[in-house]
Write a protein that binds this ligand. Sequence first.
Ligand code: ADP
Ligand code: MG
Length: 236
Amino acid sequence: MKLEDKDTIQLELSNVSFNYNQQGQSIKIFEDINLKCTAGNIITIMGPSGSGKTTLLHLLALIYKPSTGQIMLNGQEIDFEDIEKIDTLRKTYFGIHTQEILLFEKIGIVENLMIDFEIHSDLPEKEKLDREYLIELIYSLNLNHLLSRKVNELSMGEKQRLSIIRSLISKPKLLILDEPTASLDYDNVLSLIKILNKLRMNKDQITIIFTHDPLFLRYSHQSYRISNYKLNKIEN
Ligand SMILES: Nc1ncnc2c1ncn2[C@@H]1O[C@H](COP(=O)(O)OP(=O)(O)O)[C@@H](O)[C@H]1O
Ligand SMILES: [Mg+2]
């Protein structure tokens, strides 16, 4: 089976445990968790600070290898030794907004987005840049009046919105957002919800949101809370 031929997408954690090794000591974060993310779903994962949200993001984004258990993409187990393949999978499928925002500081908003798109554009599976969508995103997250600025002239919240747009523009099949509303004001939170609501119509995409904000629960198909090293389902 060639993974890239699939129209649909499924990402699954199967009996995954994860420990950090810190100076010879093992720190348990997850124990035997299962999660099935299927196309067309928005999945919200909540948990207090330090509970493991960003760690789980790193697992789902194939950055961390589980200590035990498997991660499956479209039914195929990820081989964490095959770095090249993982790199291709990540470029092909994933759009990620992380808490640590890495942008090119000395250039502008559009240039930053273009560089990111270029990185992905060598992949035949990727569609061409949808300029209308890009403009729509820039307007809906209120960055349109800042297009002449360099990134180092933007506020934290503006950088965060830029990072969110960057995760969205290539229309990834797997969109993962780590605390996307951390420094957004109410209007921008509503704009983000509107964008995510549109994505709900997109039946071949998975959205995973790590957040403190219970607002997202209303818009989710599956919700979980991290506690005691487990993922506990939240009944909506
Ligand atoms: N590289 C690391 N080495 C050891 N412990 C870590 C490392 N990264 C995070 N942790 C610890 O793992 C726990 C979960 O962290 P994290 O996933 O960042 O939580 P959250 O995103 O929910 O705030 C925390 O107690 C944190 O201190
Ligand atoms: Mg975090």
